[in-house]
Design a protein around this ligand. Structure first.
Ligand SMILES: *[C@@H]1O[C@H](CO)[C@@H](O)[C@H](O)[C@H]1NC(C)=O
Ligand SMILES: *[C@@H]1O[C@H](CO)[C@@H](O)[C@H](O)[C@H]1NC(C)=O
Ligand SMILES: *[C@@H]1O[C@H](CO)[C@@H](O)[C@H](O)[C@H]1NC(C)=O
Ligand SMILES: *[C@@H]1O[C@H](CO)[C@@H](O)[C@H](O)[C@H]1NC(C)=O
Ligand SMILES: *[C@@H]1O[C@H](CO)[C@@H](O)[C@H](O)[C@H]1NC(C)=O
Length: 804
């Protein structure tokens, strides 16, 4: 009952958050996006305080494998046996920069995964558990009877497996047992895995269960039909397209390596397109938690629409939508007020023409936020050779995700595929005037001598379409620079970054960012969609009708950076393969906040003034929106008169949307970075040097190993570079669906890992400045934002004594 009420309330809240009056000329597209789920009141994120001193000496820790062993021992003690109560996800990894191992585990009940039963376990480079987040459901689940269809399928599979002799048999039985049978798993895990007699054992259970009276269970197709009215833009009747939809189990002959991967069913049929669905819909049976009571059996459906890509959890018996996260996130306004006219007419001067080398681009260079804050310039081979060893336009032909297509400007002759256009290993950029999902054959500038020097026409009064070549070049450049910078700070292949080819360094390749310039599906906004690692992220950048001529969001770096940061934070939080951790509420809000905070740190490279209180003031989107204030309630500043946000402000109804929540988080991060700059000074580049083994002005130390043979983390020397590093490291440590408290604690722990905790006092003080001190609190917390918060301005008494 509670859930029904929750679900009916949420769409209203979504409207509330975006329904403020606007200046009359401002026709913003309001993309429909559903995000909700239950409270997880039992969820915790615990920092294991004493860990730091107990080192290698204690346990003889040697390598990554040992971290896995330590994790298994810990989890077996905490939550029960591996394979029965949890499994460790394959996207767990050891961070080469910090040596911290991030282990991701999913809860199992009766052999099935619990969609929101997540553990993230962080282990330092000496094998100590340093922190862990846990949202496992604390109870066990009542049994559910399988459907007749399920029974038939199980029996078919068993017949097939009976004929398989030898070693494979147990694996096959196990995967049969896991196919669809919630109540079987409990028993089959207790039997000896090696004996063939288990086939008999499993089949007895199937008989026993399948003889019980059947409850109706929705097929995956039924579940999709039940879901469609909630998510589809059109209100067309589901009857039209349901006819030819079929769900086919994806069979794999060999048992899958992870214990809990029941075969995915793939829903296909021409009806999908009629319903506006852009690709096959994978469906998997699992459990999901609800606010009260036992977890419920659901079909997890992944549904790609034109402007959304949902992971949705539909009750297998009632068809009720219990939890949903949209992998697409917007840029979006949160502030109101008149739009002062700020017609910008000074033409930014292009650099004088000269002989151009290959890989040359005319752009607003990195650090320039928009055309009012700097001039165009010509840059050559701007990439970071560590982050992009093959540059921005090439990759091995064997890794070409577009091998079958005739992309104009793509040369596939030979073992290396070359692009004489704005495409390559990290990004493929083009116009998308139609606003559709197709992109391979969309227009891009092509130049066989690889010089992308095009005029920016806005100061001449041209409409954005008339200087599309420049726009796409700028989008390609900014997106690649962002890839390279975040790569150097640890968003690499293992951490789930976006690349076609991963150079054998782990993680899933095949997922460069699809960057749509001047996307026709909206106005005055932007959005980014982040599927799990191995599937491309997609960015839609829009034109803004806030001035004459119209302005193009692709020219405002802060908007691109905000969007790309959704990809960063989504892949780093809860692991590369879990895109559902920053859906809504405080977690979703911080998902917005990181984008603003990182965009601000990057523009500060060009615009910083000094570091005393309030001197540095930055807005978001002020050029594109043609409003001095920008699109948030306040500008970012340490001065309370400019930005008075505190933790408690989140209780206000105007802060019940993720963007407003994000503003408060971004303000806290801005204060932290400014306080670090006051202490450590300012670096005029955010990029580390290529050779980190020789002394440099970026890090305080050089690449080396410690007494125990472990690589020592490189510590940025300056306040702004340190802040950015801590922000990324914190994302990796924090749990799935983090609260403000969790994310703060993760940053403080990131500093412990990086510097031994030198800045604990400073960071606590920075958060406490805006009410996120040790005595901050929240009661009556709802999953989507509201609650009753108390600002806390205190810091733990110990930290400031230990470290000055
Ligand atoms: C742009 O270039 C002009 C001419 O060189 C210069 O006067 C102006 O200061 C530059 N603007 C910025 C923001 O650098
Ligand atoms: C494509 O690449 C091949 C091999 O590198 C080269 O011989 C050929 O000239 C290239 N074609 C174009 C159109 O650049
Ligand atoms: C291209 O790849 C093939 C197969 O791996 C190899 O035999 C050949 O030497 C490669 N050619 C070049 C030019 O590297
Ligand atoms: C490629 O760029 C060069 C240098 O800017 C220019 O001379 C040439 O005309 C361009 N080629 C095409 C096909 O646009
Ligand atoms: C900045 O302002 C805050 C609050 O007004 C104050 O506590 C802090 O000491 C100031 N810092 C500097 C460096 O002036």
């Amino acid at each position: 009952m509670r859930n029904a009420a929750l679900i009916s309330l949420l769409p209203c809240l979504a409207t509330l958050a975006t329904a403020h009056p606007r200046p009359s000329h401002d026709i913003r597209s309001v993309r429909k996006s559903l995000n909700f789920g239950p409270k997880h009141e039992h969820a915790t994120f615990q920092v294991v305080a004493a860990a730091h001193d107990e080192g290698l000496t204690k346990r003889g820790f040697t390598d990554e494998l040992d971290a896995q062993i330590a994790a298994r021992q810990f989890l077996d003690r905490q939550v029960g046996a591996e394979g029965e109560s949890y499994y460790i996800r394959k996207d767990s990894y050891t961070d080469a920069r910090t040596g911290v191992t991030h282990i991701y585990a999913k809860q199992l009940i009766d052999g099935l995964e619990v969609s929101d039963g997540d553990i993230n376990l962080n282990i330092d480079r000496y094998g100590n558990i340093i922190s862990w987040g846990n949202s496992f459901h604390p109870g066990t689940k009542a049994q559910t009877s399988p459907s007749g269809e399920t029974c038939a399928m199980m029996n078919d599979q068993l017949d097939a497996y009976r004929s398989e002799a030898g070693e494979n048999a147990w694996g096959l039985v196990k995967s049969a047992a896991q196919v669809l049978l919630p109540s079987l798993g409990r028993h089959h895990h207790t039997v000896d895995p090696r004996i063939q007699a288990n086939i008999q054992h499993v089949s007895h259970h199937i008989e026993a269960l399948c003889d019980q009276p059947q409850k109706e269970v929705l097929t995956p197709v039924d579940a999709l039909i039940a879901l469609l009215p909630r998510i589809s833009a059109s209100s067309s009747s589901s009857v039209d397209f349901a006819d030819d939809l079929v769900a086919t189990p994806e069979h794999s002959f060999a048992p899958k390596p992870a214990p809990a991967e029941p075969p995915t069913q793939i829903i296909s049929g021409s009806g999908l397109a009629k319903a506006g669905i852009k690709s096959h819909v994978p469906a998997r049976l699992m459990y999901t938690q609800v606010t009260d009571g036992a977890p419920r059996s659901v079909w997890k459906l992944e549904v790609e629409l034109e402007s959304n890509w949902y992971e949705a959890y539909v009750d297998v018996q009632t068809g009720e939508l219990l939890r949903i996260v949209d992998w697409a996130k917007d840029y979006s306004w949160t502030s109101d007020g008149p739009a002062p006219s700020k017609e910008h007419k000074q033409k930014p001067l292009p650099a004088p023409p000269k002989k151009l080398e290959p890989y040359t681009y005319q752009v607003f260079p990195w650090g320039i936020n928009d055309p009012t804050s700097g001039n165009l310039s010509i840059v050559t081979k701007p990439w970071d050779t560590t982050a992009s060893p093959a540059g921005w336009h090439e990759f091995p032909s064997a890794s070409n995700p577009w091998a079958g297509s005739k992309i104009p400007g793509m040369n596939t002759t030979g073992n290396t595929t070359h692009f004489y256009t704005t495409a390559g290993n990290n990004v493929i950029a083009h116009e998308d005037w139609e606003g559709q999902n197709n992109y391979l054959l969309n227009y891009r500038p092509i130049n066989e001598s690889l010089t992308f020097v095009y005029d920016y026409g806005e100061p001449d009064g041209l409409a954005p379409r008339e200087y599309i070549d420049f726009v796409i070049t700028q989008l390609f450049y900014t997106s690649n620079m962002y890839h390279d910078l975040t790569y150097r700070l640890g968003f690499d292949e293992l951490a789930g970054n976006f690349q076609a080819h991963n150079f054998g360094k782990g993680g899933n390749g095949g997922d460069p960012v699809i960057a749509n310039a001047q996307d026709g599906s909206g106005m005055n906004n932007a959005n980014f969609m982040t599927p799990p690692d191995g599937t491309s992220g997609r960015m839609r950048m829009y034109v803004w009708d806030t001035a004459t001529p119209y302005r193009d969001g692709d020219i405002e770096a802060g908007i691109i950076i905000h969007e790309l940061s959704h990809g960063l934070s989504t892949r780093l939080t809860g692991g590369p393969m879990n895109s559902g951790c920053l859906g809504f509420g405080e977690a979703g809000g911080m998902g917005e906040g990181w984008g603003d905070a990182i965009a601000t740190l990057i523009r500060q490279i060009e615009e910083h003034k000094s570091f005393s209180n309030g001197t540095d003031v930055y807005s978001m989107g002020s050029w594109a929106a043609n409003r001095e204030l920008g699109i948030r309630h306040y500008k970012y500043s340490t001065d309370e008169a400019v930005n008075p946000s505190t933790y408690k402000i989140l209780d206000k109804p105007a802060y019940w949307g993720v963007h407003a929540i994000g503003e408060v988080w971004a303000e806290m991060l801005f204060i932290m970075s400014q306080r670090l700059v006051e202490k450590y000074g300012f670096s005029s580049t955010l990029f580390p040097p290529i050779d980190t083994s020789i002394p440099n002005d970026y890090y305080v130390n050089t690449a080396s190993v410690d007494a125990k043979g472990k690589p020592t983390p490189l510590v940025p020397k300056h306040g702004n570079t340190l802040a950015l590093q801590l922000i990324l490291d914190g994302m990796k440590l924090q749990p799935c669906r983090p609260s403000f408290f969790d994310a703060r604690d993760a940053i403080i722990q990131a500093d412990l890992m990086l510097t031994g905790g030198e800045n604990a006092c400073l960071i606590w003080k920075a958060f406490a400045e805006r009410g996120l001190g040790i005595d901050a609190g929240i009661i009556n917390k709802s999953p989507w934002g509201p609650g009753i918060r108390t600002d806390g301005f205190k810091i733990p008494s110990k930290v400031c004594k230990e470290h000055k």
